[in-house]
Design a binder for this molecule. Structure first.
Ligand SMILES: C[S@@+](CC[C@H](N)C(=O)[O-])C[C@H]1O[C@@H](n2cnc3c(N)ncnc32)[C@H](O)[C@@H]1O
Length: 384
């Protein structure tokens, strides 16, 4: 086992229990093999794990002890291939000498009650109450349970074939495959939702890492696709994507879309806006634990401004795709419905996609029905 990976996971969990939520959780999620699996088991089952620890501790342990207990419990409860003694010894070794007896005692009790703990575990234990309540109110108990179960599954691996833009499920990553780009099935549908127009110019407003830029570049080989990204590090990744796939018609721009000048310049605009990313929880199970309702409102406020700004860059009869990888109403229907009410020069156009993804005028992907991430998109046409 790698000490470095163990140290990273331990430090990440210690930070988590100190309420220091790190934005590099996403990078940590790409940890390989054993610690990657452990990471997923922890964040997919954190409610059950914390409940079990709570049964055998009188007071909430300090962050370092919680981190060690969570790492040990996740292995004892969810990783059958790890011998109990190894899981216990590893966790004990993570804390100071005077706390080792405590960690050992709690983990031994979890081993003794393992079957009972697992039998009593229900899906909603593993989602924060605010989110489970939201979904129960919106979808009803049965559908909410199904959605939670779907979000707690490992997603299939989908690969976009850059030659024909078809997306297929594949067994494993093939680093040698030059014509494949790994991205979610629903995500790959977003750039195609406006239908295939004959545009002179295309704008991708929030482009990195560049999956949707790649599709736009391939869909519109005769057009220039401007791909704007504000974050310098993410911009480098965007440039790599553009270079790797030889997208000569894509022009990456490291800038803030809110500062972009010019009116009515683009025929197709994709606004794949920054969001809470709640729909990506299958790949990023930690999201549910580090998000809250205030963040949903904060993102919604940014999205509203971005939609207003970018809509001004759309040419007459042009189409703007507004998309987010979440299905929470504040970030989706509320934004678009308010925009349409305030801007009668625009109308919603039915997205070009299979009917299973259509909800009213909009595109919605539901992991419990279509085995893909949770996405929302609207296609808005400028009619005057
Ligand atoms: C949801 S991600 C985009 C994913 C991308 N469309 C893809 O398919 O690979 C949102 C991106 O918008 C960028 N962003 C946020 N605010 C921005 C702004 N004001 N101008 C340009 N880019 C922005 C973020 O840095 C982030 O990379």
């Amino acid at each position: 086992m790698s000490d470095k990976m163990r140290g990273r996971l331990y430090s990440l969990l210690t930070d988590y229990y100190s309420k220091k939520y790190r934005e590099d959780y996403f990078q940590d999620a790409v940890m390989r093999r054993f610690y990657r699996k452990l990471y997923f088991e922890i964040f997919r089952n954190l409610g059950t794990i914390e409940k079990a620890i709570g049964r055998f501790t009188e007071f909430r342990p300090a962050p370092e002890q919680m981190a060690a207990l969570v790492m040990g419990s996740a292995q004892l409860l969810y990783m059958n291939d790890v011998p109990d003694y190894a899981a216990v010894n590893e966790s004990v070794s993570l804390v100071g000498k005077n706390k080792r007896g405590f960690i050992n005692a709690v983990l031994r009790k979890i081993i003794a009650k393992r079957e009972e703990i697992l039998a009593a575990s229900v899906e909603r234990d593993n989602f924060p109450a605010w989110l489970a309540d939201r979904w129960r109110k919106r979808y009803g108990n049965i559908s909410a349970e199904k959605i939670m179960a779907a979000y707690n599954q490992a997603p299939p691996l989908y690969a976009l074939n850059v030659e024909n833009l078809a997306v297929e499920e594949v067994e494993e990553y093939d680093e040698e495959a030059e014509n494949l780009y790994y991205m979610d099935k629903a995500s790959a549908m977003i750039p195609t939702l406006a239908g295939k127009l004959e545009p002179a110019s295309v704008l991708d407003c929030c482009a990195a890492p560049g999956g949707k830029t790649l599709i736009l570049g391939k869909m519109y080989p005769e057009s220039i696709v401007f791909a704007v990204e504000i974050n310098p590090k993410r911009f480098e990744v965007l440039e790599e994507t553009v270079e790797r796939f030889g997208l000569d018609n894509v022009q990456p721009v490291n800038n803030d879309i809110m500062k972009m000048e010019g009116d009515e310049a683009f025929d197709i605009i994709l606004l794949d806006a920054p969001c809470t990313a709640i729909g990506t929880m299958r790949k990023h199970p930690e999201i549910r634990w580090i998000r809250n309702e205030m963040q949903i409102r904060e993102k919604a406020s940014i999205q509203r401004k971005m939609l207003i700004k970018t809509s001004r860059l759309l040419a007459k009869h042009g189409r703007l795709i507004y998309s987010v990888c979440t299905t929470e109403p504040e970030e989706t229907t509320d934004i678009v419905n308010a925009f349409l009410t305030e801007n009668p020069g625009f109308r919603a156009v039915k997205p070009a996609c299979p009917d299973e993804f259509i909800r009213g005028d909009y595109f919605v992907s539901d992991p419990s029905k279509s085995n893909c991430d949770g996405f929302f998109a609207a296609v808005l046409e400028k009619i005057k």
